[in-house]
Design a protein around this ligand. Structure first.
Ligand SMILES: Cc1ncc(COP(=O)(O)O)c(C=O)c1O
Length: 408
Protein backbone atom coordinates (compact mmCIF):
# COMPACT_ATOMS: atom_id res chain seq x y z
CA UNK A 1 0.00 0.00 0.00
CA UNK A 2 1.27 3.49 -0.79
CA UNK A 3 1.16 5.91 2.10
CA UNK A 4 -1.07 8.94 1.64
CA UNK A 5 1.10 12.04 1.88
CA UNK A 6 -0.95 14.79 3.54
CA UNK A 7 -1.02 18.06 1.60
CA UNK A 8 0.64 20.72 3.70
CA UNK A 9 0.04 24.43 3.50
CA UNK A 10 2.74 27.07 3.01
CA UNK A 11 2.46 28.07 6.68
CA UNK A 12 2.89 24.47 7.85
CA UNK A 13 5.87 23.89 5.57
CA UNK A 14 7.56 27.11 6.69
CA UNK A 15 6.96 26.15 10.32
CA UNK A 16 8.39 22.69 9.72
CA UNK A 17 11.71 24.20 8.58
CA UNK A 18 12.25 26.21 11.77
CA UNK A 19 13.74 23.53 14.05
CA UNK A 20 15.73 21.66 11.40
CA UNK A 21 17.17 24.19 8.98
CA UNK A 22 20.08 26.53 9.74
CA UNK A 23 18.83 30.11 9.78
CA UNK A 24 21.44 31.46 7.38
CA UNK A 25 18.67 32.79 5.10
CA UNK A 26 15.52 34.79 5.68
CA UNK A 27 13.36 33.72 2.72
CA UNK A 28 10.18 35.47 1.67
CA UNK A 29 7.16 33.53 3.00
CA UNK A 30 6.43 31.72 -0.25
CA UNK A 31 6.81 27.96 -0.70
CA UNK A 32 7.49 27.16 -4.34
CA UNK A 33 6.35 23.77 -5.59
CA UNK A 34 6.73 23.98 -9.37
CA UNK A 35 7.89 26.34 -12.08
CA UNK A 36 8.07 26.85 -15.81
CA UNK A 37 9.72 29.66 -17.75
CA UNK A 38 9.47 32.92 -15.86
CA UNK A 39 6.68 31.68 -13.58
CA UNK A 40 6.66 29.77 -10.30
CA UNK A 41 3.71 28.29 -8.43
CA UNK A 42 3.42 27.85 -4.69
CA UNK A 43 1.97 24.85 -2.85
CA UNK A 44 -1.48 26.47 -2.81
CA UNK A 45 -1.37 26.95 -6.60
CA UNK A 46 -0.75 30.75 -6.55
CA UNK A 47 1.42 31.93 -9.46
CA UNK A 48 4.24 34.45 -9.27
CA UNK A 49 6.45 36.07 -11.89
CA UNK A 50 10.04 35.30 -10.90
CA UNK A 51 11.87 38.62 -11.10
CA UNK A 52 14.96 37.28 -9.29
CA UNK A 53 15.72 34.22 -11.43
CA UNK A 54 17.86 32.53 -8.77
CA UNK A 55 20.28 35.48 -8.69
CA UNK A 56 20.78 34.90 -12.45
CA UNK A 57 21.17 31.12 -12.11
CA UNK A 58 17.91 30.94 -14.08
CA UNK A 59 18.84 33.22 -16.99
CA UNK A 60 17.08 30.81 -19.36
CA UNK A 61 14.01 30.50 -17.15
CA UNK A 62 12.84 27.54 -15.13
CA UNK A 63 13.11 24.19 -16.89
CA UNK A 64 14.11 25.48 -20.32
CA UNK A 65 13.12 22.62 -22.66
CA UNK A 66 16.53 22.32 -24.35
CA UNK A 67 18.33 22.22 -21.01
CA UNK A 68 15.91 19.76 -19.44
CA UNK A 69 16.25 17.53 -22.48
CA UNK A 70 20.05 17.64 -22.33
CA UNK A 71 19.91 16.74 -18.62
CA UNK A 72 17.45 13.88 -19.18
CA UNK A 73 19.51 12.45 -22.01
CA UNK A 74 22.64 12.54 -19.87
CA UNK A 75 20.87 11.12 -16.78
CA UNK A 76 20.00 8.08 -18.85
CA UNK A 77 23.61 7.52 -19.86
CA UNK A 78 26.26 8.64 -17.39
CA UNK A 79 26.23 11.07 -14.45
CA UNK A 80 29.54 10.94 -12.59
CA UNK A 81 33.02 9.65 -13.23
CA UNK A 82 35.21 11.93 -11.09
CA UNK A 83 38.28 13.31 -12.81
CA UNK A 84 40.11 10.06 -12.06
CA UNK A 85 38.84 9.02 -15.50
CA UNK A 86 37.99 10.91 -18.65
CA UNK A 87 34.34 11.29 -19.62
CA UNK A 88 32.99 11.74 -23.11
CA UNK A 89 31.29 15.12 -22.43
CA UNK A 90 33.91 17.29 -20.80
CA UNK A 91 36.22 18.17 -23.69
CA UNK A 92 33.39 19.53 -25.83
CA UNK A 93 32.07 21.62 -22.94
CA UNK A 94 35.50 23.11 -22.28
CA UNK A 95 36.21 23.77 -25.96
CA UNK A 96 32.91 25.53 -26.58
CA UNK A 97 32.97 27.51 -23.33
CA UNK A 98 36.50 28.74 -24.06
CA UNK A 99 35.44 29.74 -27.59
CA UNK A 100 32.34 31.55 -26.26
CA UNK A 101 34.47 33.69 -23.95
CA UNK A 102 37.39 34.22 -26.33
CA UNK A 103 39.81 32.48 -23.96
CA UNK A 104 41.83 29.26 -24.16
CA UNK A 105 41.41 26.89 -21.21
CA UNK A 106 38.78 25.86 -18.68
CA UNK A 107 38.98 24.65 -15.09
CA UNK A 108 35.57 23.17 -14.28
CA UNK A 109 34.20 23.53 -10.76
CA UNK A 110 30.73 23.55 -9.18
CA UNK A 111 29.68 26.62 -7.22
CA UNK A 112 30.53 30.26 -7.73
CA UNK A 113 32.55 30.49 -4.54
CA UNK A 114 34.61 27.52 -5.68
CA UNK A 115 35.35 29.24 -8.98
CA UNK A 116 36.48 32.35 -7.08
CA UNK A 117 38.66 30.28 -4.71
CA UNK A 118 40.12 28.48 -7.71
CA UNK A 119 40.75 31.79 -9.50
CA UNK A 120 42.60 33.08 -6.44
CA UNK A 121 44.77 29.95 -6.24
CA UNK A 122 45.55 30.07 -9.95
CA UNK A 123 46.44 33.78 -9.79
CA UNK A 124 48.78 33.18 -6.85
CA UNK A 125 50.43 30.20 -8.56
CA UNK A 126 50.86 32.27 -11.73
CA UNK A 127 52.46 35.05 -9.67
CA UNK A 128 55.06 32.66 -8.24
CA UNK A 129 55.71 30.50 -11.31
CA UNK A 130 55.49 33.07 -14.09
CA UNK A 131 55.78 36.57 -12.66
CA UNK A 132 58.46 35.63 -10.10
CA UNK A 133 56.86 37.05 -6.94
CA UNK A 134 58.78 35.73 -3.88
CA UNK A 135 57.01 32.75 -2.30
CA UNK A 136 54.19 33.66 0.09
CA UNK A 137 54.19 37.35 -0.88
CA UNK A 138 51.52 37.48 -3.61
CA UNK A 139 48.74 40.04 -3.17
CA UNK A 140 45.36 40.37 -4.84
CA UNK A 141 43.63 43.72 -5.15
CA UNK A 142 39.83 43.69 -4.76
CA UNK A 143 37.07 46.30 -4.57
CA UNK A 144 35.10 47.51 -1.56
CA UNK A 145 31.48 46.32 -1.40
CA UNK A 146 32.41 43.24 -3.40
CA UNK A 147 30.48 40.01 -3.27
CA UNK A 148 32.39 36.93 -4.39
CA UNK A 149 30.89 34.24 -2.14
CA UNK A 150 31.00 32.98 1.42
CA UNK A 151 34.06 30.83 2.04
CA UNK A 152 36.54 31.81 4.74
CA UNK A 153 39.09 33.16 2.24
CA UNK A 154 36.45 35.08 0.29
CA UNK A 155 34.89 36.72 3.35
CA UNK A 156 38.45 37.64 4.36
CA UNK A 157 38.31 40.43 1.77
CA UNK A 158 34.62 41.29 2.09
CA UNK A 159 33.77 44.73 3.46
CA UNK A 160 30.37 43.53 4.69
CA UNK A 161 30.58 43.14 8.47
CA UNK A 162 27.60 40.75 8.53
CA UNK A 163 29.47 38.40 6.19
CA UNK A 164 32.74 38.60 8.20
CA UNK A 165 31.86 39.06 11.81
CA UNK A 166 32.50 35.93 13.86
CA UNK A 167 34.32 34.08 11.10
CA UNK A 168 37.95 35.12 11.59
CA UNK A 169 40.88 34.58 11.54
CA UNK A 170 41.05 35.71 7.96
CA UNK A 171 43.24 34.85 5.00
CA UNK A 172 45.91 37.51 4.37
CA UNK A 173 47.10 38.74 0.98
CA UNK A 174 44.26 41.02 -0.13
CA UNK A 175 44.12 44.79 -0.59
CA UNK A 176 40.76 46.53 -0.79
CA UNK A 177 40.28 49.71 -2.81
CA UNK A 178 37.10 51.67 -3.63
CA UNK A 179 35.18 50.33 -6.66
CA UNK A 180 35.15 52.43 -9.82
CA UNK A 181 38.33 54.28 -8.77
CA UNK A 182 41.27 53.73 -11.13
CA UNK A 183 43.61 56.01 -9.19
CA UNK A 184 43.10 53.99 -6.00
CA UNK A 185 43.67 50.80 -7.94
CA UNK A 186 46.87 52.14 -9.45
CA UNK A 187 48.15 53.08 -6.00
CA UNK A 188 47.40 49.61 -4.59
CA UNK A 189 49.09 47.60 -7.35
CA UNK A 190 52.79 46.83 -6.95
CA UNK A 191 55.38 44.16 -7.82
CA UNK A 192 53.70 41.65 -5.46
CA UNK A 193 50.32 41.93 -7.18
CA UNK A 194 49.14 38.69 -8.73
CA UNK A 195 45.76 39.97 -9.85
CA UNK A 196 43.02 42.53 -9.69
CA UNK A 197 39.76 40.74 -8.94
CA UNK A 198 36.54 42.65 -9.55
CA UNK A 199 32.91 42.24 -10.58
CA UNK A 200 32.30 44.11 -13.87
CA UNK A 201 28.96 45.10 -12.34
CA UNK A 202 28.66 44.75 -8.57
CA UNK A 203 25.52 42.66 -8.15
CA UNK A 204 24.90 42.16 -4.45
CA UNK A 205 26.03 45.72 -3.74
CA UNK A 206 22.91 46.87 -5.62
CA UNK A 207 23.74 46.46 -9.32
CA UNK A 208 26.49 49.07 -9.26
CA UNK A 209 27.53 49.84 -12.85
CA UNK A 210 30.99 51.44 -13.04
CA UNK A 211 31.65 54.56 -15.12
CA UNK A 212 32.38 54.08 -18.81
CA UNK A 213 36.10 53.51 -19.17
CA UNK A 214 36.60 51.79 -15.79
CA UNK A 215 36.81 48.23 -17.13
CA UNK A 216 39.04 49.29 -20.02
CA UNK A 217 41.12 51.20 -17.48
CA UNK A 218 41.48 48.09 -15.29
CA UNK A 219 42.56 46.14 -18.37
CA UNK A 220 45.14 48.75 -19.33
CA UNK A 221 46.45 49.14 -15.79
CA UNK A 222 46.81 45.41 -15.14
CA UNK A 223 48.58 44.90 -18.46
CA UNK A 224 50.99 47.73 -17.68
CA UNK A 225 51.57 46.47 -14.12
CA UNK A 226 52.12 42.89 -15.28
CA UNK A 227 49.34 41.38 -13.21
CA UNK A 228 46.18 39.48 -14.10
CA UNK A 229 42.73 40.93 -14.60
CA UNK A 230 40.29 38.45 -13.05
CA UNK A 231 36.65 39.29 -13.84
CA UNK A 232 34.03 37.69 -11.63
CA UNK A 233 31.19 37.29 -14.15
CA UNK A 234 29.34 34.74 -12.01
CA UNK A 235 26.28 36.99 -11.78
CA UNK A 236 26.92 39.49 -14.60
CA UNK A 237 27.91 36.98 -17.26
CA UNK A 238 26.11 34.66 -19.67
CA UNK A 239 23.69 37.10 -21.23
CA UNK A 240 22.36 39.04 -18.24
CA UNK A 241 23.67 42.47 -19.29
CA UNK A 242 22.87 42.13 -22.99
CA UNK A 243 26.28 40.69 -23.86
CA UNK A 244 27.76 37.27 -23.25
CA UNK A 245 30.09 38.88 -20.69
CA UNK A 246 29.61 42.26 -19.04
CA UNK A 247 33.24 43.20 -19.84
CA UNK A 248 32.26 43.20 -23.53
CA UNK A 249 30.48 46.52 -22.99
CA UNK A 250 34.00 47.97 -23.01
CA UNK A 251 35.47 45.47 -25.50
CA UNK A 252 37.71 44.10 -22.78
CA UNK A 253 39.13 40.57 -22.61
CA UNK A 254 40.33 39.76 -19.08
CA UNK A 255 43.04 37.17 -18.39
CA UNK A 256 40.67 35.13 -16.25
CA UNK A 257 36.86 34.99 -16.25
CA UNK A 258 34.93 33.33 -13.43
CA UNK A 259 31.58 31.86 -14.40
CA UNK A 260 28.86 30.07 -12.44
CA UNK A 261 25.13 30.39 -11.77
CA UNK A 262 23.52 30.35 -15.27
CA UNK A 263 26.21 27.95 -16.50
CA UNK A 264 24.27 25.20 -14.72
CA UNK A 265 21.05 26.09 -16.55
CA UNK A 266 19.12 26.22 -13.28
CA UNK A 267 19.54 22.45 -13.02
CA UNK A 268 22.92 21.60 -11.51
CA UNK A 269 25.70 23.69 -9.98
CA UNK A 270 28.31 24.32 -12.68
CA UNK A 271 31.09 26.89 -12.46
CA UNK A 272 34.36 27.45 -14.23
CA UNK A 273 37.58 29.39 -14.32
CA UNK A 274 38.18 30.29 -17.95
CA UNK A 275 41.56 31.78 -18.77
CA UNK A 276 44.44 32.33 -21.10
CA UNK A 277 46.60 29.24 -21.57
CA UNK A 278 49.62 30.89 -19.93
CA UNK A 279 47.59 31.29 -16.75
CA UNK A 280 45.71 28.01 -16.36
CA UNK A 281 48.66 25.90 -17.42
CA UNK A 282 50.34 26.68 -14.07
CA UNK A 283 48.19 23.90 -12.56
CA UNK A 284 49.59 20.38 -12.48
CA UNK A 285 48.01 17.08 -11.41
CA UNK A 286 47.23 16.99 -7.70
CA UNK A 287 47.52 20.75 -7.13
CA UNK A 288 43.81 21.49 -7.36
CA UNK A 289 40.58 19.61 -7.96
CA UNK A 290 37.00 18.74 -7.16
CA UNK A 291 35.23 15.37 -7.14
CA UNK A 292 32.18 16.79 -8.89
CA UNK A 293 33.90 19.41 -11.06
CA UNK A 294 33.49 18.58 -14.75
CA UNK A 295 31.12 15.67 -14.15
CA UNK A 296 29.32 14.47 -17.30
CA UNK A 297 25.89 15.69 -16.20
CA UNK A 298 27.28 19.16 -15.50
CA UNK A 299 29.21 19.12 -18.77
CA UNK A 300 26.11 18.09 -20.75
CA UNK A 301 23.96 20.82 -19.20
CA UNK A 302 26.80 23.36 -19.47
CA UNK A 303 27.27 22.54 -23.15
CA UNK A 304 23.53 23.03 -23.73
CA UNK A 305 23.78 26.42 -21.98
CA UNK A 306 26.71 27.42 -24.21
CA UNK A 307 24.71 26.28 -27.22
CA UNK A 308 21.84 28.62 -26.26
CA UNK A 309 24.28 31.50 -25.87
CA UNK A 310 26.01 30.75 -29.18
CA UNK A 311 22.79 31.80 -30.95
CA UNK A 312 23.04 35.32 -29.50
CA UNK A 313 19.27 35.31 -28.96
CA UNK A 314 19.42 35.66 -25.18
CA UNK A 315 21.98 38.45 -25.25
CA UNK A 316 19.74 40.28 -27.76
CA UNK A 317 16.65 39.75 -25.64
CA UNK A 318 18.43 41.05 -22.53
CA UNK A 319 19.51 44.17 -24.41
CA UNK A 320 16.04 44.83 -25.89
CA UNK A 321 14.06 44.04 -22.75
CA UNK A 322 16.67 46.01 -20.81
CA UNK A 323 15.48 49.08 -22.73
CA UNK A 324 11.91 48.47 -21.55
CA UNK A 325 13.10 47.93 -17.98
CA UNK A 326 15.11 51.16 -18.03
CA UNK A 327 12.23 53.17 -19.51
CA UNK A 328 9.79 51.74 -16.99
CA UNK A 329 12.08 52.56 -14.09
CA UNK A 330 12.74 56.07 -15.38
CA UNK A 331 9.01 56.69 -15.28
CA UNK A 332 8.92 55.59 -11.62
CA UNK A 333 11.60 58.03 -10.48
CA UNK A 334 9.83 60.49 -8.20
CA UNK A 335 6.95 58.04 -7.76
CA UNK A 336 8.47 56.06 -4.94
CA UNK A 337 11.77 55.35 -6.70
CA UNK A 338 14.62 57.65 -5.73
CA UNK A 339 17.16 56.22 -8.16
CA UNK A 340 18.18 53.11 -10.05
CA UNK A 341 21.00 51.53 -11.98
CA UNK A 342 20.56 49.04 -14.76
CA UNK A 343 22.52 47.17 -17.38
CA UNK A 344 20.65 44.85 -19.70
CA UNK A 345 17.91 42.97 -17.91
CA UNK A 346 19.28 43.71 -14.47
CA UNK A 347 18.46 46.61 -12.18
CA UNK A 348 19.05 47.81 -8.64
CA UNK A 349 16.18 50.06 -7.61
CA UNK A 350 16.43 52.42 -4.65
CA UNK A 351 13.00 52.84 -3.15
CA UNK A 352 12.21 55.89 -1.01
CA UNK A 353 13.05 54.61 2.52
CA UNK A 354 9.91 56.35 3.80
CA UNK A 355 7.87 53.75 1.90
CA UNK A 356 9.48 50.79 3.63
CA UNK A 357 12.57 48.63 3.72
CA UNK A 358 13.55 46.56 0.70
CA UNK A 359 12.24 43.55 2.56
CA UNK A 360 8.85 45.16 3.18
CA UNK A 361 8.54 46.22 -0.46
CA UNK A 362 9.52 42.68 -1.55
CA UNK A 363 6.79 41.21 0.68
CA UNK A 364 4.20 43.60 -0.74
CA UNK A 365 5.26 42.69 -4.29
CA UNK A 366 5.04 39.01 -3.40
CA UNK A 367 1.45 39.44 -2.32
CA UNK A 368 0.82 40.93 -5.78
CA UNK A 369 2.44 37.97 -7.55
CA UNK A 370 5.95 39.34 -8.19
CA UNK A 371 9.04 37.77 -6.60
CA UNK A 372 12.04 40.04 -6.06
CA UNK A 373 14.84 40.25 -3.51
CA UNK A 374 16.09 43.21 -1.54
CA UNK A 375 19.78 43.96 -1.14
CA UNK A 376 20.76 46.70 1.30
CA UNK A 377 18.39 49.15 2.96
CA UNK A 378 15.54 50.04 0.62
CA UNK A 379 17.12 48.70 -2.55
CA UNK A 380 15.51 45.89 -4.51
CA UNK A 381 16.97 44.18 -7.52
CA UNK A 382 15.15 43.08 -10.62
CA UNK A 383 16.65 40.29 -12.72
CA UNK A 384 13.94 38.25 -14.46
CA UNK A 385 14.78 35.30 -16.66
CA UNK A 386 15.95 36.44 -20.10
CA UNK A 387 12.97 34.51 -21.49
CA UNK A 388 10.46 36.90 -19.88
CA UNK A 389 8.19 38.58 -22.44
CA UNK A 390 7.88 42.33 -22.93
CA UNK A 391 4.25 42.11 -21.73
CA UNK A 392 5.22 40.24 -18.56
CA UNK A 393 7.96 42.75 -17.84
CA UNK A 394 5.63 45.69 -18.40
CA UNK A 395 3.01 44.12 -16.19
CA UNK A 396 5.62 43.61 -13.44
CA UNK A 397 6.63 47.27 -13.72
CA UNK A 398 2.96 48.30 -13.39
CA UNK A 399 2.70 46.17 -10.27
CA UNK A 400 5.79 47.86 -8.83
CA UNK A 401 4.19 51.24 -9.58
CA UNK A 402 0.93 50.18 -7.93
CA UNK A 403 2.64 48.80 -4.81
CA UNK A 404 4.78 51.94 -4.40
CA UNK A 405 1.73 54.19 -4.85
CA UNK A 406 -0.13 52.21 -2.21
CA UNK A 407 2.86 52.36 0.15
CA UNK A 408 2.98 56.18 0.01
C1 LIG B 1 29.65 37.93 -8.34
C2 LIG B 1 29.46 36.68 -7.54
N1 LIG B 1 30.53 35.88 -7.31
C3 LIG B 1 30.40 34.75 -6.61
C4 LIG B 1 29.19 34.36 -6.08
C5 LIG B 1 29.08 33.08 -5.28
O1 LIG B 1 28.40 32.11 -5.96
P1 LIG B 1 27.82 30.83 -5.19
O2 LIG B 1 26.68 31.30 -4.35
O3 LIG B 1 27.38 29.88 -6.28
O4 LIG B 1 28.93 30.27 -4.38
C6 LIG B 1 28.07 35.17 -6.29
C7 LIG B 1 26.76 34.79 -5.72
O5 LIG B 1 25.84 35.58 -5.61
C8 LIG B 1 28.21 36.35 -7.04
O6 LIG B 1 27.17 37.18 -7.25
Amino acid sequence: MTAVVPVRTSAELIGAEEPVLAHNYHPLPVVVARAQGAWVEDVEGRRYLDMLAGYSALNFGHRHPALIEAAHRQLDRLTLTSRAFHNDRLAEFARRLAALTGLDMVLPMNTGAEAVESGIKVARKWAYDVKGVPDGRATIVVAADNFHGRTTTIVSFSTDEVARSGFGPFTPGFRVVPYNDLAALEAAVDETTAAVLIEPVQGEAGVIVPDDGYLAGVRELTRRAGCLFVADEIQSGLGRTGRTLAVEHESVVPDVVLLGKALGGGIVPVSAVVARREVLQVLHPGEHGSTFGGNPLAAAVGTAVVELLETGEFQRRAAELGGILREGLESLVGKGVVGFRSRGLWAGVDVDPALGTGREISERLMREGILVKDTHGSTIRLAPPLTVTAEELQSALHTVEKVLARSA
